[in-house]
Ligand binder design. Structure first.
Ligand code: NAP
Length: 312
């Protein structure tokens, strides 16, 4: 009787699989392509392949599963991908979980700020995914994390690439909007605790780290970690529309795309202490837990800034 993890190869999925194994769960992972499971620290014994657009693969993945942890989503691409993967893909996983008849708990990772406002394309698709879970009749826990950081995350890596190479770091908007970055291992712990049954009933829980930091402060924390000083220049959002559109069209991995541009100036914070209250532990702060940014070389930083590499 396994716990199925979708999106197991992602930033969060890799840590969720590891924590589940360390807490003696039977884990089944679903990955998209044969071979991509090699990113997992412990080779999975129960493995299946499939896309969230493939109902047959999902039926196979959910067979006899007692819990499903659904982590698949995309923030790259546009409305078509958001609809196919974040909304419809979630609905497909929910349907397969229901049809399996064995699933006692569905854990869905949404995003803080998930919204029924269609203009906010990514957040809207995450909200639509949530609706599929809420209306499924399955017992569920929906987690809405703020920004997730940790080894391999694209956000602190992108900021570090700018700090490492630019004499003046461009900040989109005022940079005063607050975020509540939460460590990937802390999000994974909330998920593992949700599986283990510490949370009863259906819940939608917003989670964030111990600090509500402005974007400017986050740039400062990254710079301090790199042992540098970051001078900043603020660039209005409207001035970034054209460069971001062009970069998204011509580079393989733009550090920011149009969907992200809609989000960078939004406030994105949970209630202070939300993780302590719901899960009984204190998440770790940003400063002191992003040493991975120190390993970015100048060459890698330039490639990240030019949209040639994710660098995560
Ligand atoms: N990262 C953040 O700051 C953040 C903040 C709030 C909420 N979240 C949410 O947390 C969850 C996990 O995020 P993450 O940062 O771990 O994402 P990620 O690193 O981009 O991983 C996404 C995962 O989804 C898989 N995937 C993508 N499209 C798929 C498809 N069509 N069929 C099957 N699998 C597919 C990817 O597989 P491949 O490896 O094959 O591409 C990968 O395993 C997502 O729901 C995201 O919305 C993330």
């Amino acid at each position: 009787m396994a716990v199925l993890v979708t999106g197991a190869t992602g930033l969060l999925g890799r840590r969720v699989v590891q924590q589940l194994l360390e807490t003696n769960h039977e884990v089944r992972v679903m990955v998209r392509r044969p071979g991509s499971e090699s990113v997992l620290a412990t080779p999975p014994t129960d493995l299946c392949y499939g896309d969230v657009g493939d109902p047959d693969a999902l039926a196979e993945a959910c067979r006899d599963a007692t819990a499903v942890i659904h982590l698949v989503a995309v923030i790259r691409g546009g409305p078509r991908q958001f609809d196919a993967i974040n909304r419809q893909g979630t609905a497909n996983v929910v349907e397969a979980a229901k049809a399996a008849g064995s699933v006692k708990r569905f854990i869905h990772v949404s995003a803080l700020g998930a919204s029924d406002t269609p203009r906010l394309q990514y957040l809207h698709s995450k909200w639509q995914g949530e609706q599929a879970v809420v209306s499924s009749g399955l017992p569920y826990v929906i987690l809405r994390p703020s920004l997730i950081f940790g080894p391999g995350d694209e956000f602190t890596t992108a900021v570090a690439a700018l700090v490492r190479t630019m004499p003046i770091v461009p900040v989109i908007g005022s940079g005063n909007n607050r975020l509540q970055p939460i460590h990937v291992d802390d999000v994974a712990r909330c998920i593992t605790l949700s599986v283990s049954g510490n949370i009863r009933g259906n819940h939608t829980i917003e989670i964030g780290g111990p600090e509500q930091l402005s974007y400017n402060e986050i740039v400062g924390v990254v710079a301090r970690t790199l042992g540098r000083k970051a001078r900043r220049i603020n660039v209005p959002v409207w001035k970034m529309q054209l460069p971001v559109t062009l970069m998204e069209k011509i580079t393989p991995r733009a550090p920011i795309n149009r969907a992200m541009l809609q989000l960078v100036t939004l406030r994105n914070v949970a209630e202070p202490g939300s993780v302590e209250r719901a899960f009984g532990f204190r998440p770790r702060p940003l400063y002191g837990n992003i040493d991975h940014v120190r390993s970015i070389t100048a060459g890698q930083a330039v490639r990240i800034n030019l949209g040639l590499s994710a660098g995560g």
